[in-house]
Design a protein around this ligand. Structure first.
Ligand code: NQM
Length: 353
C-alpha cells in the first residue's frame, strides 16, 4: 500500500466510461477490505458521491485493478469492480469492455508491461469472466500516445484508437435455447462477453428512440424489466442477481439511422447513455442468430461492422458467430475504443462512516 493515508491511483476515461485504476499491490488483497476501501474512494453510498471520485452515475463509478499476470502468454490481469452509486455494494460479477480500453495504457504507464518503440502489444486476462483480450497500444519512443484522430460516439473530440480483440470459448446461449419465455415475453439470453437479455421494445410500449431520462421516468417499465431480469439471472447461470449489475436488459427496435438495430439498455436500473463494448458485442451476436429476439427487426445484421444504434450515436461492433459441430453458437468480437489519462496521483479515501 502507498502509505497509510493515500493510495496511488490513476483516473482514466476508458471508452464511454470513467474509472479509477490501481496496481493490485497498492490495494488490500482481502476482497471485503478492498471493497470497503473502494466505497470510500468513490464516495458510495451517496447519490451524489460528493465525498469521493465517483461521478454519480454507474458509468463513472468504476474501478480497474491491474497486476502482472502469472499466466503464460498473458501480460496483465484485469479485475473490474462496479461500485454501486447509492448502495454500499461493490460487484465483481461483470467485466467492463470500456475500462478495458485503458488497461493497456495504464499497464505500460505503471511499468507492468515494457513499452516498445512504436507499438506495444498487451494481452489482458479479464479476471471477472476468464476471457482474454489482445490489444496494441501506440507507444512512439516508448511513451503511451493518447492523442489521435479517432472518435467514438458518446465522447467529444478525437483520440488515439485502441483495438480490442476478445475471443470467448464459452457458448453464446447459456440456456442452450435461442428463445426462452419469461413473464409472458419471448427473450433471448446471450453472452458474448457480457450477459444480456434481448427484448422487443414494442412489448413494453417503448418506441425505441426515447432519451434515457424518459425511460428512467417510467417506474412501471423499470418494474417489468426487473421482474424479467431476476428470472433471467439464474437461467443464465448467474445465480441470484438481485444485488448484481448483470444481466443487462436490452429493448430492441428497428434501426433509425442506417444501422442494424436500435437499442436502449437498462444497466440494470439506469439507462445507458450509449452502450457498453461487450454489450454491443452480445447484441450484435444475438441479432445474427436466426430466430433470436431482434433478429427479425435487424437490417444487415451481418455487415462488418454491425452498427448498433444507441442514444448518442452508434457502435460499430465487429463480431463473428458460428454454430459448431456440437450445435452450439460461439462468438468473438473486435472493438475500437479510445482512452485518456485524466490524472495520476494519490487518492485519499473518506474515513469509515
Ligand atoms: O459492456 C457499462 C460500459 C459498461 C460495460 C455497464 C461495458 C461493456 O458502458 O463492455 O463496457 O457495465 O453498466 O462501460
Amino acid at each position: 500500500m502507498a502509505g497509510a493515508d493515500g493510495i496511488r491511483c490513476m483516473l482514466m476515461r476508458g471508452g464511454t466510461s470513467k474509472g479509477a485504476y490501481f496496481v493490485a499491490d497498492d490495494v488490500p488483497r482481502d476482497p471485503a477490505e478492498r471493497d470497503d476501501l473502494m466505497l470510500r474512494i468513490m464516495g458510495s453510498p451517496d447519490p451524489a458521491q460528493i465525498d469521493g471520485l465517483g461521478g454519480a452515475h454507474p458509468l463513472t463509478s468504476k474501478v480497474a485493478i491491474v497486476s502482472r499476470s502469472d499466466e503464460p502468454d498473458i501480460d496483465v490481469d484485469y479485475l473490474f469492480l462496479q461500485v454501486v452509486v447509492d448502495e454500499p455494494v461493490v460487484s465483481d460479477a461483470q467485466t467492463c469492455g470500456n475500462l478495458l480500453a485503458g488497461v493497456g495504457p495504464f499497464a505500460i504507464e505503471r511499468g507492468l508491461v515494457e513499452a516498445r518503440d512504436g507499438e506495444t502489444p498487451v494481452r489482458i486476462r479479464m479476471l471477472n469472466t476468464g476471457d482474454v483480450a489482445s490489444t496494441r497500444i501506440r507507444t512512439p519512443g516508448g511513451v503511451v500516445e493518447y492523442d489521435g484522430d479517432f472518435s467514438i460516439d458518446g465522447v467529444p473530440g478525437i483520440s488515439c484508437a485502441i483495438e480490442l480483440r476478445i475471443g470467448g470459448d464459452s457458448p453464446l446461449l447459456p440456456t442452450g435455447r435461442v428463445v426462452d419465455e419469461i413473464a409472458g415475453h419471448n427473450v433471448t439470453l446471450i453472452d458474448n462477453g457480457m450477459p444480456v437479455v434481448l427484448l422487443r421494445a414494442e412489448e413494453f410500449a417503448v418506441a425505441g428512440d426515447e432519451a434515457p431520462h424518459e425511460l428512467e421516468a417510467r417506474p412501471e417499465l423499470a418494474r417489468a424489466i426487473e421482474e424479467i431480469r431476476l428470472q433471467a439471472g439464474p437461467l443464465m447461470g448467474l445465480g441470484d442477481v438481485a444485488a448484481q449489475t448483470v444481466p443487462k436488459m436490452f429493448l430492441l427496435s428497428p434501426p433509425r439511422a442506417g444501422g442494424a438495430i436500435s437499442t436502449r439498455a437498462f444497466i440494470p436500473s439506469r439507462v445507458h447513455t450509449s452502450i457498453g463494448v461487450l454489450m454491443a458485442a452480445s447484441v450484435a451476436a444475438g441479432i445474427r442468430i436466426p430466430g433470436a429476439v431482434g433478429s427479425d427487426l435487424a437490417v444487415r445484421a451481418d455487415a462488418d461492422p454491425t452498427l448498433i444504434e444507441h442514444p448518442t450515436g452508434s457502435f460499430p461492433a465487429r463480431v463473428a458467430v458460428e454454430q459448431r459441430a456440437d450445435g452450439r453458437w460461439y462468438g468473438t468480437s473486435v472493438s475500437e475504443r479510445t482512452a485518456r489519462k485524466i490524472f495520476d496521483g494519490t487518492v485519499f479515501p473518506r474515513p469509515r462512516l
